[in-house]
Design a protein around this ligand. Sequence first.
Ligand SMILES: C[S@@+](CC[C@H](N)C(=O)[O-])C[C@H]1O[C@@H](n2cnc3c(N)ncnc32)[C@H](O)[C@@H]1O
Length: 235
Amino acid sequence: MVDHTYLQDFKYKTKNPYNDRLGDFNDFVFCGEQGEALRGKWNQDVFKRKAPICLEIGSGYGHFMMEYCEKNPDINFVGMDYRFKRSFALAKKLDQLTHKNFRFLRAKGERIGFLFDENEADTLFYFFPDPWPKTKHQKKRLFQTHFLEIAYKVLKPGGKFYIKTDHDGYALWMEKILDNQKLFNIDLKTTDLRLEHPAHFLSSFKTKFEKIFVAQGIKIKAFELTSLKRECTHV
Ligand SMILES: C[S@@+](CC[C@H](N)C(=O)[O-])C[C@H]1O[C@@H](n2cnc3c(N)ncnc32)[C@H](O)[C@@H]1O
């Protein structure tokens, strides 16, 4: 069965009181189709500067997004979440920041191929995604072979894809998909990030959800992937 979210004619739901309220932040928040109209234009028309584009799927309350943007003023960061109320709560916080090297999309991760052009993004972050633990719901997991092909398309040659999860089942699911593909090199694969790779970039911060999982003694599973796409050389 084809997931409708991936189709060209997918329409975002807008019947939610927070949809209109997100309009208060229209200098940096783009909702659904509005974001898709910016495909291929992020650096030139939105940020109005040339810089590496970092995209986070499922920014949640924005802890990683805000910290990473502050530490890396020379990147153009696009955070993304599809929950209305959570997006509004984050937009209110983002509005207070003095540095403006970010934009926010109220959008679905499944749509990155409509939101970004081929080779437009440099880095993809995907932290503590909804694991959909029940077998009958697993088809809703974002990380699927088809999604990986889209991620490969929007990432530049050598682009990075960083993933962390608390969920053993989802980590195994991702591992299985990764073992059967040739688009990304697996630079890091761990079932206990902080014990096995304490000096790795992924160990250097904790997202809001990660703090909760770590406090519960849950081991963090993580992947670092590098796109195997080659530079296009014209002679
Ligand atoms: C468990 S929370 C993690 C939030 C944050 N990354 C963290 O680690 O604190 C998962 C977030 O992903 C968002 N999300 C889930 N599926 C998504 C999708 N397909 N596209 C965009 N956001 C999604 C949810 O709304 C939620 O805010």
